[in-house]
Design a protein around this ligand. Sequence first.
Ligand code: PMP
Length: 402
Amino acid sequence: MLDIQEIRRDFPILAREVYGRPLVYLDNGATTQKPRCVVDAMTDEYLNVNANVHRGVHYLSQQATELHEAARETVRRFVNARSTAEIIFTRGTTESINLVASSFGQAFLHDGDEVILTAMEHHSNIVPWQLLQARTRIVIKVCPLTDEGRLDLEALEGLFSSRTRLLSCTYVSNVLGTINPVADIIRMAHDHQVPVLIDAAQAAPHLPLDVQALDCDFLAFSGHKVYGPTGVGVLYGKETLLDQMPPYMGGGEMIGKVSFEHTTWNQLPYKFEAGTPDYVATTGLARALDYVSAIGFPAIMEHEQELTRYARQRLMEIPAMRIFGPSDDSVISFLVGDIHHLDLGTLLDRLGIAVRTGHHCAEPLMHRLGIEGTVRASFALYNTKEEVDTLVKGIDRVRQMF
Ligand code: PMP
């Protein structure tokens, strides 16, 4: 059992008030709060170590480089990759997916080739493929959803063809809270010799990731959703694929030798890391992953799943409550009667309760559900049943105003 009160003390922001009320932060799907150790590690690096990485012979540069490369090893361990050559630092999930769409696309996707997505993808796993489509006439196929908000795996099986080159799919839906059976999906795709990209943005804070056990070909996540800093993320890729892909951006660090006649590329992972990386953020990310790992996913999952079950049950007591999707873990999307999601979110905010409203960057999913948006409560390891009770009471108060 987690000592939640002790954990909450690691996150100073949770003790603050908004509008004179204690903050109830239930917008963790958008971004998580940061434990003091993450901020301290970054402050310490800026104040005592700061120097550009990789390029310096001097002491500070070497120390900063050691921290940066140690962070890469921490990420490797976190996702259980074979080698740090397979861990590319990016700005976040969005950049990771854009990198694959652009670079894998250039290497492997030709006119008439097909990419399979699903109806529950975030825009960041839709639009990069459309941008590619504007350059190469690829076909985007979409796996439909069942009415329960799960992927229709039979329909998915029928989407594969001899032209399918990649399947890109989210692990956990940021709207429905569905945990997709990605291991089965990857096996199905591999039976058709199709590689798979997993968008793990909503999985990384809640579930253990093991890229070797999953056998995924790419996996992307963002630091800021897993208690780390903003502006840093990860792309895992199988070395055999990354080796065959061209660089995504050009500049310093990603090169071997440069001349005006001919330029060669650096080895992995640096081939995909042009320019000065956010080496302070990578230190913060590593500290965040260490923080999560020290608590451990068994305890995190037990707490968050219990909290999500409790919240679903309490929310269902509210008349005219409609919950969208199965909320397998940490995300509950809902509407109450005909109260507009924006009104509900705004009035909850006045009670100190932070939730998200709108389409959650998943407009095609909203079309599938036949709605414009939802209110979304999303939990993290520091949330409590008392906070769920405050949310339920808040919704009741808003309901009485309408
Ligand atoms: N995919 C999913 C499932 C997400 O929830 C998000 C963030 N809401 C993203 C991708 C994009 O992440 P980021 O904005 O950190 O790049």
